[in-house]
Design a protein around this ligand. Structure first.
Ligand SMILES: Nc1ncnc2c1ncn2[C@@H]1O[C@H](COP(=O)(O)OP(=O)(O)OP(=O)(O)O)[C@@H](O)[C@H]1O
Ligand SMILES: [Mg+2]
Length: 242
């Protein structure tokens, strides 16, 4: 069997902020075209790892390689085109759906054609929502779908999702799960998804990473969550995964 192509490689990443050692020698690869879920207790360093993939912060030591190129060799716009990020609280500017959807193009001095804007809404299951609808009139689930649509404007090869379903009811949550699986399937987009929901990590993930206290403690095909090898991971999943 040939080794899967790596979308992101972390090589001995150490990162501290304000004297706190947050990430400790994180080493591993996120396979291209797959869904990898990232779980771990609060404060484990999951969001911090995303911030480093965004290029907003740099590790103290170690390398992040995105699609076989070191992260520091990307132009900011090029990095944003390759790596899309969606967060738990979808930040929107006030005004219309259209205004928000146009934002990534505007930032690059480009236009977003109305036809493409409507295609994106359709892709995320918002075809019933008009481009002129006001953001304040959207439900939480609709906002999250719009946030994902906005991330898709740049056709990123890699999508980083940070707790995007934690504040949603179970119907909206399942909607978003199906949407992410569709994006992965149709576009071959690599997904790295932080979730505190272990059931979700298991059912959605092809692969899972468990981080604890700044360390990557166990990885593999998501099924390992049913029977982890590491004692700390065993404790972490006990009672939460059937
Ligand atoms: N600028 C900072 N200065 C000091 N400590 C920080 C800073 N940013 C984050 N931390 C600490 O780093 C640790 C990791 O935070 P991070 O937000 O990455 O965790 P997380 O795994 O995403 O947690 P959660 O599940 O609660 O979102 C926490 O202990 C946090 O308090
Ligand atoms: Mg977090």
């Amino acid at each position: 069997m040939t080794a899967p192509v790596e979308a992101i490689r972390f090589d001995h990443i150490d990162y501290s902020a304000d004297g706190v050692h947050i990430l400790k020698s994180i080493t591993g690869a996120i396979p291209e075209g797959k869904i990898t879920t990232l779980v771990g207790p609060s404060g484990a360093g999951k969001t911090t790892l995303f911030k480093l993939c965004n290029g907003l912060q740099s590790p103290d030591s170690g390398e992040i390689i995105i699609k076989e190129k070191r992260i520091e060799n990307y132009e900011p716009i090029e990095l944003r085109r390759n790596v899309g990020i969606a967060l738990q609280k979808a930040t929107m500017i006030s005004g219309t759906v259209q205004k928000n959807l146009e934002l990534p193009s505007k930032l690059q001095g480009k236009e977003l054609k109305e036809g493409r804007a409507n295609d994106l809404l359709k892709m995320v299951g918002l075809s019933e929502v008009s481009l002129q609808k006001k953001i304040k009139d959207l439900s939480g689930g609709q906002r999250q779908k719009l946030s994902i649509a906005r991330t898709l404007v740049n056709r990123p090869d890699i999508l980083l999702l940070d707790e995007i379903t934690s504040s949603l009811d179970s119907v909206s949550r399942q909607d978003i799960e199906k949407l992410i699986e569709k994006i992965n399937d149709q576009y071959g987009t690599t997904i790295l998804w932080i979730t505190h929901n272990l059931q979700q990590a298991l059912s959605i993930g092809h692969y899972t990473w468990v981080m604890m206290d700044g360390e990557l403690v166990e990885t593999g095909e998501s099924n390992f969550l049913r029977n982890p090898q590491n004692d700390r991971v065993k404790q972490f999943v006990r009672g939460e995964v059937e």
